[in-house]
Design a protein around this ligand. Structure first.
Ligand SMILES: Cc1cc2nc3c(=O)[nH]c(=O)nc-3n(C[C@H](O)[C@H](O)[C@H](O)COP(=O)(O)OP(=O)(O)OC[C@H]3O[C@@H](n4cnc5c(N)ncnc54)[C@H](O)[C@@H]3O)c2cc1C
Length: 344
């Protein structure tokens, strides 16, 4: 919406912190350009064989997973517009609260359409700006601001994909473990909210933002695996995989990015699950082997009494994995690793 060089600090240079970037930079600058009206005529090159539909281009790989994944998406410009209208009508009025709860789906799901250029951020911005403004519209527009911030970071730090923005993380003691990485990728960590998120990603090519933060924190902090590994997996699996947003967010979660979440803030997947999926609708959808477990034990199934597990037909370690890391211990290890680089 704004060119990176338009949003600079008064004293010169780019903003490294989101709030001033957005509030003092973007919002004080000129509003984003209005979308250009649809052209009356487009001078296409003529071609003997007319391609009437996008399907006739055969762009999708000939793989078995394609059909299942594509059943979650409607591709194209008109579908992107429809999605925007439906989000504005049905979900925007509860966005600022609702967007935290993956089961509620009070989010726009516009990111794939944005990434693939089927809708522009300017179109979204102006469609929302036309409405009466409130905390929900503010919050939603600021998320588009995060997208701008990611693009600005990529512009000013073209090696964002590779290099930690905070150099002290160059000597961080990351761990190499194929076993842990594999369990995380397959949604077999033994932590239900993590497994639900990773399976949502695998099955649909998407993951709710709240869950993206939880699974990313788990990989880099509880498993101590380099954020590059998580970034690569997201890059392979996400239908909205985007160089700027993916890397800026992985660096943000890992604590090494601009304006990053402090490293010592480590999400607890049990608490997060209980708070943001209290009835377990999201978790049960993607981890069906736990579907009959009572809410009380859903986010920590190994704590359920034997008879409850038996009633739910669950054998920890057999039908559902044991937790792959101990939360308290892994947290301590993460904090110790961070302490070692903190003042470097
Ligand atoms: C580890 C991690 C990796 C991510 N990787 C990507 C990625 O590859 N591509 C991507 O588009 N987003 C990425 N995000 C950001 C965010 O999760 C998605 O943009 C969001 O979930 C898309 O869903 P939505 O369209 O319903 O979002 P909404 O909540 O409806 O937000 C509207 C739009 O704002 C933008 N937006 C929202 N949150 C962010 C954010 N944190 N950073 C940048 N832009 C944001 C997106 O363009 C989104 O479509 C990542 C977040 C995390 C934590």
């Amino acid at each position: 919406m704004w060119e990176p060089w338009e949003i600079e600090k008064k004293s010169g240079g780019n903003y490294k912190v989101f709030t001033p970037f957005y509030r003092k930079g973007c919002l004080q600058f000129m509003p984003p350009r209005n979308p250009i009206p649809k052209p009356n005529k487009i001078g296409y090159l003529s071609h003997k064989e007319r391609l009437n539909t996008i399907d006739s281009l055969n762009l999708l790989p000939n793989e078995t997973w394609v059909e299942a994944m594509m059943s979650h998406w409607k591709v194209g410009e008109s579908m992107a517009m429809k999605r925007l209208k439906s989000f504005i009508k049905e979900d925007l009025s509860d966005y600022s609260e609702g967007r935290n709860f993956p089961a509620k789906q009070k989010i726009s799901r516009l990111s794939p359409h944005l990434h693939w250029g089927e809708i522009s951020p300017n179109q979204i911005w102006h469609a929302v700006k036309k409405l009466s403004q409130n905390k929900n519209t503010d919050c939603f527009l600021s998320e588009l601001g995060w997208r701008e911030f990611s693009y600005s970071l990529l512009y000013y730090y073209p090696t964002l994909e590779r290099d930690n923005l905070q150099k002290k993380f160059n000597s961080f003691a990351w761990r190499k473990s194929k076993k842990l990485l594999n369990a995380w990728q397959r949604g077999m960590t033994g932590y239900p909210i993590i497994d639900a998120g990773m399976r949502e990603l695998w099955q649909t090519g998407f993951m709710h933002n709240r869950v993206r933060m939880i699974v990313a924190s788990f990989l880099v902090k509880n498993c101590l695996i380099h954020w590059h590994e998580g970034e690569k997996w997201f890059w392979d699996c996400l239908v909205d995989a985007d160089l700027a947003s993916n890397n800026a967010n992985w660096q943000w979660v890992a604590g090494c990015g601009a304006d990053a979440a402090p490293f010592f803030r480590i999400f607890n997947p049990i608490t997060q699950g209980k708070k943001f999926d209290p009835k377990g609708d999201y978790t049960r959808k993607y981890v069906p082997e736990l579907s009959t477990l009572p809410d009380k034990y859903l986010h920590a199934p190994w704590e359920a009494p034997t008879e409850v597990l038996q009633d739910a037909d669950i054998k920890i370690g057999k039908t559902y994995p044991k937790p792959i890391v101990d939360l308290a211990l892994s947290r301590e290890k993460a904090l110790a690793a961070y302490k070692a680089i903190k003042n470097s």
